[in-house]
Design a protein around this ligand. Structure first.
Ligand SMILES: Cc1cc2nc3c(=O)[nH]c(=O)nc-3n(C[C@H](O)[C@H](O)[C@H](O)COP(=O)(O)OP(=O)(O)OC[C@H]3O[C@@H](n4cnc5c(N)ncnc54)[C@H](O)[C@@H]3O)c2cc1C
Length: 377
């Protein structure tokens, strides 16, 4: 049983505690799912999360606001039970984040679909030549009568092969660098869009490289104003970076719980591993990192929910610390499991593979360090 004492921290309201209790019950009944076919699993998870009402939290209608504490609590809980369920949930939010924050009334109609689990969302920012360096975006958006023509390539796009709707960023050319980008809402059945390559990773998820060859979008596909794309992307990441930290936190809690059970049961030299002081020291370090990560994640979420326009520093600290700490906690969990820890199919072996990408996507750890340093210099 994972520690829930953090729910008594002043960051939370009674509705947050009720949310976690209800989601725990849902997870116990529905997770984990088989990862044998991740595309099918993700489609099923989006439908199930939609039917359960959980995806309502991934978007905000015109009179609503994303509740970042709820997003974080849901990601933490799902990630503790099944990393793929967290991925399916998170992408509905990240994919439609720009629409929730800046979308027109017509664009918001898509939120009804993604929040019900009837449409799968994606977020297409990264390119082969533009990962951390978003200002190097080369995909072009050129004005044509009644709209825009997009050409280029996007890569490492989560849900790339299975999404129905995607927010895509392209160079519309109002200024050089970051100030010349715009954001567009693109249905994935549009002519000229194709999956160029399926990408496999150490923890399989639906990921793809996409090609855009003369994709024509109507003028109404533009999100916000021309040239606002970079600011839109950063506003979305401000909200979703703490939630990546929350997912890492959930994985770390799962690793600690598995380790507690293991060291109580495993006997070495006639006594449980848990009675050995070196082991106790490692357990203490794991618990300490988890609590410190939780404080940073829920601090960032709370500040945003209090109405802060931007939480760039808090979000960077939460993502950086929680993902790095989770990697260390999970590595120690593998170590304390001995050979079982690297046994294919063991929960801590899966966590060891799942945690790695969280230190890279939505801004790699060193990029978060630069963001924090920028606020100090
Ligand atoms: C599983 C997974 C899912 C993803 N999903 C999506 C998605 O849905 N949509 C999307 O758009 N993208 C997605 N990405 C892409 C992800 O956001 C990028 O991989 C990430 O931004 C890093 O870009 P890059 O891989 O090009 O690495 P690079 O930009 O080449 O960076 C490599 C390394 O260089 C270092 N570095 C970079 N910049 C600096 C700097 N300024 N100073 C010092 N060091 C630096 C860091 O250590 C960094 O890790 C996903 C990636 C993965 C692995």
């Amino acid at each position: 049983m994972s520690d829930k004492s953090f729910l008594d921290w002043p960051f939370f309201e009674p509705r947050h505690r009720a949310l976690v209790a209800a989601l725990e019950a849902w997870c116990a009944a529905n997770l984990p799912v088989s990862h044998a076919d991740v595309d099918a699993a993700c489609k099923g998870l989006v439908a199930a999360l939609g039917a359960g009402g959980w995806l309502l939290h991934t978007g905000a209608g015109a009179q609503e606001r994303l509740d970042v504490r709820s997003l974080c609590l849901i990601r933490e809980t799902l990630a503790r039970h099944d990393a793929l369920a967290d991925f399916a949930f998170a992408m509905q939010g990240l994919g439609m984040g720009a629409v929730s924050l800046f979308g027109s009334e017509v664009q918001r109609a898509w939120l009804d679909q993604t929040r019900a689990g009837r449409a799968i969302a994606a977020f297409a920012l990264t390119e082969p030549g533009a990962g951390s360096d978003v200002a190097a975006t080369a995909t072009t958006a050129v004005r044509v009568p009644d709209g825009w023509r997009l050409d280029g390539e996007k890569t490492w796009i989560s849900n790339g092969g299975i999404a129905d709707i995607c927010v895509i960023f392209a160079r519309s050319g109002e200024a050089p660098g970051a100030k010349g980008l715009s954001a567009f809402l693109m249905p994935c059945d549009v002519a000229g869009l194709q999956m160029a390559e399926r990408l496999e990773t150490i923890a399989p998820h639906p990921l793809a490289r996409l090609r855009l060859d003369g994709v024509v979008l109507p003028a109404a596909a533009l999100i916000g104003a021309p040239g606002q794309g970079f600011a839109i992307a950063m506003s979305v990441l401000d909200i979703f970076r703490p939630t990546v930290g929350a997912a890492a936190l959930g994985m770390a809690r799962a690793a600690l719980a598995a380790t507690q059970a293991r060291v109580r049961a495993r006997r070495i030299q006639g006594q449980p591993l848990a009675t050995m002081q070196l082991v106790q020291g490692h357990l203490a370090d794991m618990a300490l990192k988890i609590d410190a990560a939780a404080l940073l994640v829920y601090r960032a979420a709370w500040v945003k929910d209090q109405g802060a326009a931007r939480i760039t520093r808090e979000a960077a600290m939460a993502k950086l610390y929680a993902t790095e700490a989770a990697q260390e906690v999970i590595d120690m969990a593998v170590q304390l499991h001995g050979a079982e820890g690297v046994h294919k199919g063991h929960p801590v072996e899966a966590l060891y593979r799942e945690i790695r990408a969280l230190r890279i996507y939505e801004g790699a750890s060193d990029v978060q360090r630069l963001v924090i340093a920028r606020a100090l210099t």
